[in-house]
Design a protein around this ligand. Structure first.
Ligand code: FRU
Length: 499
């Protein structure tokens, strides 16, 4: 099988060729979801950064467009965001055309080589053709570097309450909050991050947004911060904070502090492969969703994964939800509902009782093509046992996941999932996520797409995303318990088709 056949995902965005990292500048406008991305068009490892571009009508299938932003004498184009400036606050709109404004970081290599610390600054560009082509602002940078070495990844949001633009920026291991009336002149409001969160690496790619707590009238602010090192399973990962923003300062909610783990952090995804994710801007109120996408890789090994033609893909787009149960705030994520438009076949079982030991649930011979699957089920009457689900193939490669309910953790085990030797940090051990519940059942939803698995437990309360590189296509799905039979209800296996 060719690299394309074996490894190119069916429904996770990958560039046709060459290197990609963070999602950038996502906005929705006139029926299209825009996705820009850190892109190096001349090689399959990180290099001088551009913004690549793709569009979609449903965040599931993507069409790649021409490169949107090229590096210039001021620097490489690092991560950033974009907003639709419907009221033309920036004045870039002409002839009644609504401008879209992108804000990004210039990374100046010459200054960096010189040993200067002020090599990153913030700049803007505008588009009058719905994000296809961009004009950089002549007076860039709009925020000069105040002598902070890591000073990047501006995310602009519209603050409805205070009627101004707010921008969050990663600065060293803190977040800086700015505001502006016109997207050109920016004023520093406050800093956040001392003594809270994971500080094992540099902070990157923040996002800030208000969310209604599900089922209540309460509105809370969520601050997302990616951290280059120090994820729950090592490497890069994305943490979040729940609190309040008064137009100037972000403060953590006291009820959220209880939820921090031993790293002093809460993670949006406990798997190793969801980084630098942020949300779409300009989603209409009639939709109202908070929509998120992440880069499905990890800086530990992203440049070494065994694909040649392109490197890395995005996660599935996800809807975020904020909940409060037992006095605890949690940011949940689930795949966007649009994915169900691609279901081509379904196998359903209302209730099954499975003997302990390894039991096959489904093989390739049964109707279903394993290339892209959306599976859900509920495990009833959880016992003190280990539940291991496994996808495998004829070469014996196996990607395993499940729940160790003796020691109370979820896991993904990709140690024998195929090619794992390209990096010692790819699969040194199983990845874990804490499991705490008072219920004795567990809901599981997962997406499988040739080289990735995304698992959403209890409606997205705990999420684990990981990639893998089997030597042959996956062709069987099995389950195993050690000491007790497994009771499974409402097993739904959906085959997805994108042709
Ligand atoms: C995150 C990151 C950003 C930066 C970009 C450079 O993965 O390091 O902080 O803007 O990648 O490509």
């Amino acid at each position: 099988l060719s690299e394309e056949q074996l490894y190119r995902p069916n429904f996770h965005f990958t560039p046709k060729a060459n290197w990609m990292n963070d999602p950038n500048g996502m906005f929705f406008y006139n029926g299209y979801y825009h996705l820009y991305f850190q892109y190096y068009p001349d090689g399959n490892v990180w290099g001088p950064m551009h913004w690549g571009h793709a569009i979609s009508t449903d965040m599931v299938t993507w069409v790649e467009k021409p490169i949107a932003l090229y590096p210039d004498e001021k620097g490489y184009i690092f991560s950033g965001s974009a907003v639709v400036d419907a009221d033309n606050t920036s004045g870039f709109g002409k002839g009644g055309k609504i401008p879209t404004i992108a804000m990004f970081t210039y990374h100046n290599m010459d200054k960096e080589k010189n040993g200067d610390v002020n090599f990153q600054s913030q700049a803007i560009a505008y588009s009058l053709d719905e994000g296809l082509t961009w004009e950089k602002y002549a007076d860039n940078p709009v925020i000069k570097n105040p002598n902070i070495k890591d000073f990047r990844d501006p995310k602009v949001v519209w603050d409805e309450v205070n009627e101004k633009w707010i921008m969050v920026l990663a600065a060293g291991q803190e977040i800086m909050f700015y505001s502006s009336k016109n997207l050109k002149d920016w004023e520093l409001l406050s800093n956040f991050g001392e003594n809270i969160g994971s500080h094992d690496g540099v902070w990157e790619c923040p996002d800030l947004f208000a969310m209604q707590v599900e089922g209540t009238d309460e509105v809370k602010w969520v601050l997302i911060v990616s951290v280059g090192k120090g994820g729950y399973n090592m490497g890069s990962a994305t943490q979040y904070f729940v609190g309040d923003f008064d137009g100037k300062n972000f403060t953590i909610d006291p009820d959220f502090k209880n939820e921090l783990d031993t790293n002093n952090a809460s993670w949006i995804d406990y798997g190793k492969d969801n980084y630098a994710g942020v949300t779409w801007s300009n989603i209409p109120d009639t939709d109202g969703r908070k929509l998120f996408i992440g880069w499905m890789s990890n800086w530990q090994y992203a440049t070494k994964v065994p694909t040649e033609k392109w490197r890395s893909s995005m996660t599935v787009a996800r809807e975020l939800k904020l909940t409060k149960t037992n006095n605890k705030y949690q940011l949940k994520s689930v795949p966007v509902k649009e994915i169900s438009n691609y279901i081509s076949k379904t196998v359903k079982k209302n209730s099954i009782n499975i003997e302990k030991g390894k039991q096959t649930l489904l093989t390739n011979k049964k109707l279903i093509d394993f290339k892209s699957l959306d599976i859900q089920f509920t495990i009833k009457n959880l016992k003190e046992d280990t539940y291991t689900f496994c996808f495998d193939n004829k070469s014996g490669d196996a990607i395993k996941f499940g729940l160790n309910n003796n020691e109370q953790f979820f896991f993904i085990d990709r140690m024998v999932s195929g090619n794992v030797s390209f990096s010692e940090e790819f699969a040194p051990k199983i990845s874990k996520a804490p499991f705490t519940t008072t219920e004795n059942e567990l809901e599981v939803r997962l997406l499988l797409d040739k080289t990735s698995i995304e698992i959403f437990y209890n409606n997205g309360e705990t999420v684990m995303t990981e990639i893998f590189f089997p030597k042959n296509p996956i062709e069987a799905f099995s389950v195993q318990s050690e000491n007790f039979n497994i009771e499974i209800e409402n097993l739904i296996i959906n085959e997805l088709n994108f042709n």
